[in-house]
Design a protein around this ligand. Structure first.
Ligand code: SF4
Length: 376
């Protein structure tokens, strides 16, 4: 395969990777232009195996989207409804959010992942009380809640600094931030697809502050719409630069654009090959972020399986009740059991490891796998 890489003119990049040298913006763009997907996958897989061998992580989690009322108007979004009362809009009461956890008392969940629309009328206490309630119901659960876009919105709406918002949420039980809202950092793209929410610098600064306050976070990239290859690599380099500073990112998560039911529905969804390419280049460029995750809800289960040989070492988790992608036309299941996830990792030739949010091992690769069932 190395000869094939040389023949493609990528031998210098392979040498850099061998020497643990950083890839440049130009290197990243050349990787995106490489026509030989298998050669690219081979390079990315080497990096993946250097870090994780065959281990593939997942967690036992639940997603919760407490409201889809949102004052922003991102063109790619199929989830948001502008005002309370608009058809299809909803806002859960605090009891309803807590019931989602209570009704799963039998499940060994380790994480709740909460993201919401930017609701203009809820008090800040709605969010702090939500977190406190979760911790009361299940004190050990990890709360990974609110994107940097939501944190910026809370700060502006409630007249606080971003840091004050983070500190108050942390005091109420917040443990880490999810990576959503990054989209593409390039201002040209943001102006077109999400002009009325927090910009890239503020997104990154909120993560910087969260890391300084002792929280970990993830960073995402929405791909497959109007962004260029250069803008994708630029996005990765901005995340890499912050990681050099703080070390607080755990995973990079490319998110496939889904075109149904939104204002960008004329664009095609990214192909499976494009998805594999994006994950592979991410692994190669982001030398300092430990994990590259394929969010199986967005990529599709089969492509996520393949991605385990294209740089990916994490498949997110059981998810349960995902709305954002399903409202954009995702045809994946809304949940997978841990046994189904373990099996799909195993049959892809990799070793399943259940982790908690901070990548502590919960169930190692040698544990026996149960027969898979769709609902747990
Ligand atoms: S992506 Fe988020 S911020 Fe943008 S419209 Fe949808 S819910 Fe609102």
């Amino acid at each position: 395969m190395r000869q094939r890489v040389d023949a493609l003119g990528l031998g210098d990049i392979a040498d850099k990777l061998d020497a643990r040298e950083r890839l440049s913006l130009e290197d990243g763009v050349r990787l995106f232009e490489c026509p030989d997907l298998l050669a690219l996958g081979w390079l990315a897989n080497r990096e993946r195996e250097k870090r994780h061998g065959g281990r593939t992580y997942y967690n036992f989690n639940i997603r919760l989207e407490a409201t889809n009322v949102c004052v922003a108007s991102c063109l790619f979004c199929s989830f948001a409804r502008l005002k309370p009362g608009d058809p299809g809009s909803y806002t859960m009461s605090l009891e309803q959010t807590w019931d989602k956890l209570r009704e799963r008392a039998h499940q060994p969940l380790t994480e709740i992942h909460v993201v919401n629309g930017l609701h203009p009328d809820l008090p800040f206490e709605y969010y702090t009380e939500m977190l406190r309630g979760f911790k009361q119901i299940r004190p050990g659960i990890h709360l990974k809640c609110f994107t940097a876009v939501e944190i910026a919105f809370f700060a502006d709406l409630y007249g606080m600094s971003d840091e004050q918002v983070l500190r108050e949420l942390q005091a109420a039980g917040l443990d880490s931030l999810p990576g959503g809202g990054a989209e593409i950092f390039a201002e040209r793209v943001r102006r077109k697809i999400c002009h009325d929410k927090c910009g890239s610098d503020r997104y990154l600064d909120i993560h910087r502050t969260a890391h300084r306050l002792g929280m970990r976070s993830n960073v995402t990239m929405l791909y497959g719409h109007i962004e260029t290859k250069e803008e994708r690599v630029d996005h990765m380099l901005r995340a890499r630069a912050l990681q050099d500073e703080t070390g607080g990112f755990q995973a990079f998560i490319p998110l496939a654009f889904h075109p149904d039911n939104n204002q960008m529905r004329k664009l095609p969804a990214p192909s499976a090959t494009e998805t594999l390419r994006v994950h592979a280049v991410s692994r190669l460029v982001l030398d300092n972020i430990p994990h590259v995750k394929a969010f199986w809800i967005a990529t599709g289960v089969e492509v996520a399986q393949l991605a385990l040989w294209f740089g990916v070492d994490d498949l997110d988790g059981t998810v349960q009740e995902e709305k954002i992608y399903h409202m954009a036309g995702a045809r994946t299941p809304e949940a997978m059991t841990t046994s189904a996830i373990r099996r799909l990792i195993r049959v892809a030739g990799r070793e399943p490891v259940e982790r908690d949010t901070l990548y502590n091992v919960v169930i190692g690769p040698d544990a026996p796998d149960e027969a898979p069932a769709l609902v747990q």
